[in-house]
Design a protein around this ligand. Structure first.
Ligand code: ADP
Ligand code: MG
Length: 351
């Protein structure tokens, strides 16, 4: 195929953002214990930034002088990368800013992107410290490849950029079950644990009047999406199902270290992998699906309630009042939501 990698310049001036509360609160210790020496050995100059509060990283990259940095690396879970990507996209110079190579060192409880990147390297599955070391080596090697982003519109006309997933589910149903079966922790991971967190508060970059032209343009347009209050175009497929159990749009291979959700997904395949489970599925069958996902074999289960489509845009209109929507694992406002993929909009340190 085409050569799509380039190598970070040397020395690679790296900002490493650590969320000290992510995962079991050990991200900083994990960094010191496993990554620091590796970076020193590889002569990667880095500055460690420890986040002090939610949206700290987002504000920081929104205002940072990006000419000072060759890479932004996140040592946390997926939530901190979500902040960084949205901070970059809120900048006036977003087109350049989002080209800053992004790296992921797994230090959170949800390390879906790290698990996906590791998987793209065709290495056998790795967990915990082993996964961290694998991602540390990638950072030292400094290969960079394209990453798709998905533009997401919420009912309040807020717009977010997502690198991982958009998910809908019934909180009540799912969370109760997850208390009973440890393995349905998978579903709980999707929805449940997040219920304890306040909904993510979107921040709008205040548009500065009078700064026209140059190489700065308004945020990217979503050519496939009509406004949320308009009907979808006629060539869209409409699924009139009143009773979904869950809907998951994912654009990486893994939803968690042990959930290989999309066997064929790539960071830059230009696709949203849309899964939904329709009502009528028995609880054991739902459990079997999630167990099979550990091996990436859920699609081979022949479950008639599981549907899988590859799409470039989607809209979700919840009928039920009760439910939860997450974007990259962060809870967002509940209501109609739509999304479109932007192939290769960002760059990722990858195998
Ligand atoms: P985890 O995978 O453990 O949930 P994340 O990286 O997803 O880790 O972070 C969880 C949440 O914490 C995210 O919403 C993130 O924005 C937020 N956050 C980041 N830094 C801090 C901090 N210093 N204090 C509190 N929350 C933070
Ligand atoms: Mg998280």
């Amino acid at each position: 195929g085409i050569i799509q990698h380039y190598t970070l310049r040397r020395p690679c001036r790296t900002m490493i953002l650590v969320n000290p509360h992510s995962g079991r609160g050990q991200a900083l210790q994990l960094f010191t214990g496993h990554i620091r020496a590796m970076l020193t050995e590889a002569s990667v100059p880095y500055t460690l930034v420890i986040t002090e509060h939610q949206n700290h990283a987002r504000e920081l990259v929104r205002n940072a002088d990006l000419t000072q940095w060759d890479a932004l690396v996140i040592m946390s879970g997926d939530g901190l990368l979500f902040e960084v990507i949205n901070g970059l996209m809120e900048r006036e110079d977003w087109q350049q800013a989002i080209q800053t190579p992004l790296g992921m060192l797994p230090g959170g409880s949800g390390n879906a992107l790290a698990a996906s990147i590791h998987h793209y390297s065709q290495s056998p599955p790795a967990w915990n410290e082993e996964l961290l070391l694998s991602c540390g080596f990638m950072l030292c090697k400094g290969l960079v490849g394209p990453l798709d982003l998905v533009s997401v519109h919420l009912a309040s006309s807020q717009r977010l950029f997502s690198f991982l997933s958009l998910a809908w589910g019934f909180v009540a149903d799912v969370d109760i079950e997850s208390e009973k079966y440890r393995h349905v922790g998978a579903i709980r991971f999707l929805m449940g644990t997040l219920a304890t967190r306040p909904p993510f508060t979107p921040q709008q970059a205040s548009p500065k009047p009078g700064t026209q032209g140059n190489n700065k343009t308004a945020s990217p347009t979503d050519s496939l999406l009509p406004s949320l209050d308009q009907p979808v175009p006629e060539n869209w497929t409409v699924v009139n199902e009143e009773d979904f159990v869950l809907v998951l749009a994912i654009y990486q291979s893994h939803l968690a270290e042990d959930l290989w959700t999309v066997p064929g997904a790539m960071a830059d395949d230009g696709l949203i992998h849309l899964f939904y489970v329709t009502a009528g599925i028995s609880r054991p069958a739902l459990l079997r699906l999630f167990l099979a996902m550990e091996r990436g074999s859920h699609l081979a289960c022949g479950c008639p309630h599981l549907v899988y489509e590859k799409v470039r845009a989607l809209r979700l209109e919840p009928v039920s009042q009760q439910g939860m929507i997450t974007v990259d694992g962060e809870v967002v406002e509940y209501g109609p939501i739509q999304a479109q993929v932007h192939p290769r909009m960002a760059r990722l340190i990858c195998p």
